[in-house]
Design a protein around this ligand. Structure first.
Ligand code: B12
Ligand code: SF4
Length: 470
């Protein structure tokens, strides 16, 4: 059996910076369980032209094509499933990831995908390969007589160490990923060591459930050792939702990392770190140089309406703590959630001015499929035609829908720009570019000199905000 895994382009205007974990983990599982090495067509990393992609698809002429990623690659999934099924009708096209699981009906209707993997692929994909002509397996969606059938869900993996694997790094163009850094310090890799989040914010899609599941500390340390030995990494970015959810594991990890020359970063949460300065201290001693937060709003009313379960006081405390330990304060905000009005906007601006935080990373509230916000947008008649709406979804820096009752579309678009400008100007009075540079050199040490950031990388960092905000 020949298997082809396709990673479509994410963010056309940007370089490929993060590893396609889902597809690469599944590829490793297939290699282990079936002794077949999938061909990995990484369009995102190589930026192949359509002609080049067609050549690879023709060359491989696979029995099964695995196609998937995040929701904004929806059009790509339509394009490639159509090409494959029109040219090779006997090939089975299987889709997965957040472009597929939350919208099975829409994707099956508008594409030529045969089967959707509804959730984690570790068990479901091998089951699909073992039963290519059958559909009586758990965790899939398919079309029968024009109707979408969704089978009984496959239970979530309980033991990630045993039931999942590392991504098949050797099938990926690792030099591209290691050199297109997101933080920009040395040879950088992203890693995911846990799944699930208990907080349930209304704008967030949680494919992994509310119960966090973690790789053990042993697995994690072995992975870091492997990545250092094989790829000579300098920097690890944990991109998962809740790296700090198990504080004991986090402490053990810091204890290991402090004796290495690898720096690392993760997402924090204001309510977790605000009352645990000791954990932050341990992290900094353990080579952590970057803790990012989703602050979302400076208004208590908005935080409550998002179900964010964090307070303004906690946000102020972690801002001070990050600064106390010499870390930048990378924070992101959302504009235009349903009850946003001019008062809540003012509260956010005041919060940022008070705490010297520019709003560089200010996203438009975007209802992604599978979220409570998406349900709200449908129920209130803001999304009337889902097929058309899904086609519009992009990065949340682009305005695609107005969820407020108080602002016009134009007002929201202008508001975002003016909020960014006002808070940026204020920040520049607080810290000069020279001060920032000094702090960066101190924080990143030898890696700072080792890194040669291109103009494009600098623009990426500026756009994503927070990376240089001390
Ligand atoms: C890393 C990441 C990114 C990276 C992408 C990295 C990459 N190359 O894939 C970057 C930074 C680019 C990114 C961007 C965005 N992201 Co993002 N991202 C994530 C994050 C944190 C981890 C994804 C990941 O790698 N998981 C690890 C792997 C192991 O899990 P997995 O992908 O789910 O894979 C499993 C299954 O889904 C399945 N599977 C996955 N792929 C496939 C493919 C096939 C064929 C099959 C059969 C199965 C299968 O099997 C895997 C193993 O069980 C998730 C959060 C989360 N909790 O998932 C958000 C998440 C996927 N992102 C999301 C969003 C909204 C975005 C943005 C639109 C946000 C924005 N602010 O603009 C942008 C999109 C940009 C664009 N233009 O496309 C949402 C998706 C919501 C939705 N309904 O679609 C998520 C779920 C965050 C959230 N909680 O809301 N993101
Ligand atoms: S935004 Fe963060 S904290 Fe909220 S549910 Fe999503 S992952 Fe969890």
């Amino acid at each position: 059996m020949k298997v082809l895994a396709i990673n479509p382009v994410i963010r056309k205007e940007d370089k490929a910076r993060l590893i396609p974990h889902g597809l690469a983990i599944i590829s490793n599982i297939i290699r282990r369980d079936f002794g077949i090495t999938p061909e990995f067509l990484d369009i995102n990393a190589y930026r192949y032209s359509d002609r080049q992609v067609e050549h690879v698809i023709d060359d491989v002429h696979a029995d099964v094509v695995l196609l998937g990623s995040l929701i904004p690659v929806y059009k790509e999934v339509i394009k490639w499933s159509t090409y494959i099924k029109d040219t090779y009708p006997e090939t089975t096209v299987v889709a997965g990831g957040s472009v597929a699981s939350p919208i099975p009906d829409i994707l099956l209707k508008n594409s030529k995908v045969d089967i959707i993997c509804m959730g984690e692929g570790e068990k479901t994909v091998p089951n699909i390969l073992r039963n290519l002509n059958k559909r009586d397996i758990k965790g899939i969606a398919y079309k029968k007589d024009g109707k979408t059938i969704i089978t009984e869900p496959e239970p979530l993996i309980l033991n990630l160490d045993e039931e999942s694997m590392l991504p098949a790094y050797d099938l990926l163009p690792m030099e591209i990923y290691l050199n297109n850094q997101a933080i920009g310090m040395g040879r950088e890799i992203d890693f995911i060591s846990s799944r699930g989040c208990p907080f349930m914010c209304t704008f967030c899609y949680q494919p992994w459930g509310s119960r966090p599941r973690l790789h053990s500390i042993g697995f994690l340390i072995n992975a870091i050792k492997f990545l250092k030995k094989t790829y000579d990494i300098d920097f690890v970015t944990f991109v998962e939702d809740e790296f700090l959810i198990d504080k004991n594991r986090a402490r053990e990890f810091c204890n290991y990392m402090k004796d290495t020359d690898i720096l690392w970063s993760c997402n924090g949460r204001a309510n977790i770190l605000a009352n645990d300065e000791d954990l932050m201290k341990t992290m900094v001693n353990g080579n952590c140089v970057f803790i990012a937060y989703g602050f979302e709003s400076g208004s208590t009313k908005m935080l409550k309406s998002m179900n964010k379960k964090q307070t303004i006081e906690q946000m102020e405390t972690v801002t001070k703590l990050n600064r106390k330990y010499g870390l930048p304060v990378p924070v992101s905000f959302i504009l235009g959630m349903p009850s946003e009005d001019k008062f809540t906007v003012k509260e956010t601006i005041d919060f940022c001015l008070r705490n010297n935080l520019p709003l560089d990373s200010l996203m438009f509230a975007t209802p992604y499929p599978g979220t409570q916000l998406y349900k709200f947008a449908k129920e209130t008649g803001r999304i009337t035609n889902e097929d058309e709406f899904i086609l519009k979804i992009r990065d949340a820096r682009d305005f695609i829908i107005n969820l407020t009752d108080t602002f016009t579309d134009e007002e929201l678009i202008n508001l975002r720009l003016s909020m960014m400008k006002e808070t940026r100007e204020h920040y520049e009075n607080y810290l000069s570019p020279d001060d920032v540079l000094e702090k960066m050199k101190k924080l990143y040490g030898k890696l700072y000199d080792k890194t040669n950031l291109s103009q494009e990388d600098l623009e990426h960092r500026a756009k994503h905000g927070g990376i240089n905000i001390f």
